[in-house]
Design a protein around this ligand. Structure first.
Ligand code: F6R
Length: 257
């Protein structure tokens, strides 16, 4: 292992989520006008619950924060229950004091998707770049919707989802047929520009992708492995997601509780 990714291992998913939420809370307190990069899916739900709790207790405020989400399904508008805009409203934005105009989720129903992608990149730049990015990881090693084979320099664009991702995400839809085949996704190049990145992974189903991301050479077969090429990346795992890591990697990891 010759990369600089810091690995932190929690006993269970709840501790992992609390740890990530505390890192976000600390960063928001330090820089109230922070630009946050946010993710959707099953992994961050508990993180957002903790953040809502800290907000409700008066421990943090999102009033001056700006947020950018990683991705959105093509064809799903903000009112669609499986759209990522809807997810963010339900799980976080509706419960905190972030002004709606400061929250950004890619537009999956834009007439001109190419232009919408360019505008999204420009908006991130205009905000000064992403200070702290939250990532999940797909079972196939994807980050955002950058599937295996993606370019490390990729920018925000329309991408095709792989069968693996469609099957994994069908748990949120009625059936695999209902899962959109395309999404707008931040590119790997865009993600790598974030000043700090926290990738969270929990559960046995992520163990293989986590081990590949941390232990193989950075290469397109594992988009998450490109995180080895940038500074200030932390992987927060639970025991199950860390179970395929080599002994040497585990020894270098920090145990958290
Ligand atoms: C979601 C995203 C995806 C997910 C990944 C893991 O915004 O960017 O890369 O992080 O598919 O999804 P879950 O957390 O549902 O296992």
């Amino acid at each position: 292992m010759n990369h600089k990714i810091e690995i932190r291992i929690a006993e269970d998913p709840k501790f992992a989520a609390k740890h990530v939420a505390l890192e976000f809370a600390k960063a928001i307190r330090k820089n109230p006008s922070i630009v946050l990069g946010l993710a959707t899916g099953g992994t961050p739900v508990e993180v957002y619950r903790f953040l809502v709790d800290y907000y409700q207790k008066g421990e943090i405020s999102f009033e001056q924060c700006t947020t950018f989400n990683l991705d959105e399904y093509v064809g799903l508008g903000p009112k669609h229950e499986q759209s990522y805009r809807y997810f963010m409203q339900q799980n976080l934005f509706n419960h905190i004091d972030v002004p709606e105009e400061k929250t950004h989720v890619p537009d999956g129903i834009a007439q001109d998707l190419k232009k919408a992608c360019q505008d999204y990149e420009a908006a991130i730049k205009a905000a000064g770049g992403i200070d702290l990015q939250l990532l999940g990881i797909g079972e196939n090693g994807h980050i955002a919707f950058n599937e295996p084979g993606s370019d490390a320099r990729g920018r925000t664009e329309v991408v095709e989802l792989t069968e693996n991702t469609i099957t994994a995400n069908s748990r949120f839809f009625g059936s695999t047929d209902d899962v959109p085949r395309k999404a707008v996704s931040l590119g790997i190049g865009t993600i790598l520009e974030a000043k700090e990145i926290i990738l969270m992974a929990t559960g046995e189903s992520k163990a293989k992708a986590v081990a590949r991301a941390l232990e193989g050479e950075p290469c397109g077969d594992s988009p998450a492995s490109f995180l080895q090429t940038t500074n200030k990346v932390i992987f927060v795992l639970d025991l199950a997601a860390s179970q395929l890591l080599s002994e040497a990697t585990c020894q270098a990891a920090i145990q958290i509780s």
